[in-house]
Design a protein around this ligand. Structure first.
Ligand code: CO8
Length: 259
């Protein structure tokens, strides 16, 4: 993969890789190039055993202010239909390792949709979450009507999507869109701490646990419980499961190997 120009990527530290969206001139607006670089990077990380979890963040002013409106203005209906970003979003959705969004500042439109692709969102107290597309005569197109509804419920999702007005980090916390509020200076650090905690666990168990929780979004309870049970049973075939249980019994720290 060539070096990304719209992302800053850390070396893995304690099993955690940090990706920083970097288009300061456009408040990290998600253009095709940025999304392609992100999707390529996540594809690559997928098979890197040194990475147990990923933190994605932006700047103190903006996590991301949405899709790139200037680029969108160049697309007609066929252009939107054939938009390569649809495939990039699919690849981001398919990422199997835990993804934690550390959000400060504006988190709008496609930016909010990207944050909602994360498994956990931790936000600074000044963060603003919104789906302002309606003000542009369009609507959310990368999951904003679906994932937002599942995160905050019908009434608040409708209010955000139909008025285009953002909500504060405190409101986002109250509605369950995010899991923690921090002071802005410590948002990334806190997300990295949570990611490190996750990255210490058995990788296959983490992957299956994430997969099972996500299954709840698109299945009924009985099917979800069956799915969970099968994943739980499969884990019994891993060496890490024996290691985890034996380490507990022997009162020592487990040494997981990812198999
Ligand atoms: N796209 C392109 N450029 C942007 C964007 C954007 N989304 N947001 C900000 N910028 C640029 C501005 O144009 C400006 O550039 P310049 O200095 O060259 O004029 C620079 O970033 C700084 O922005 P502002 O001067 O506007 O900064 P303010 O602090 O005054 O305002 C706001 C910040 C409130 C965030 C304001 O910039 C704003 O309203 N931005 C647009 C927000 C928006 O409407 N987002 C939704 C976009 S549509 C979308 O996300 C649809 C997703 C569908 C995905 C489907 C994929 C298949």
């Amino acid at each position: 993969m060539s070096t990304p120009t719209n992302l800053k990527v850390s070396e893995p530290t304690k099993g955690v890789l940090t990706i920083t969206l970097h288009r300061p001139e456009a408040l990290n607006a998600l253009n095709t190039k940025l999304l392609e670089e992100l999707a390529d990077l996540l594809d690559e990380i997928q098979s890197n055993p040194e990475v147990g979890a990923v933190v994605i963040t932006g700047s103190s002013k903006a996590f991301a202010a949405g899709a790139d409106v200037r680029e969108m203005a160049t697309l007609d209906a066929v252009g939107v239909l054939r938009d390569p970003r649809v495939d990039h979003w699919k690849r981001i959705t398919a990422f199997k390792k835990p993804l934690i969004a550390a959000v400060n500042g504006f988190c709008l439109g496609g930016g909010c949709e990207l944050a909602m692709h994360a498994d956990i969102i931790i936000a600074g107290e000044e963060a603003k979450f919104g789906q302002p597309e309606i003000k542009l005569g369009i609507m959310p197109g990368a999951g904003g009507t679906q994932r937002l509804l599942r995160a905050v419920g019908k009434s608040m999702a409708m209010q955000m999507v139909l008025t285009g007005e953002p909500i504060s980090a405190q409101q986002a916390m109250g509605f369950g869109l995010i899991s923690e509020i921090t002071i802005p200076e410590t948002t990334v650090e806190r997300a990295q701490k949570v990611a490190q905690q996750i990255a210490r666990h058995a990788p296959i168990a983490v992957e299956m646990a994430k997969d099972s929780v996500l299954k709840a979004f698109d299945t009924d309870l009985a099917s979800g419980l069956l799915y969970e049970r099968k994943a739980f049973t499969l884990l019994a075939a891993t060496e890490d499961r024996n290691e985890g249980i034996n380490a507990f019994i022997e009162k020592r720290k487990p040494a997981f190997k990812g198999c």
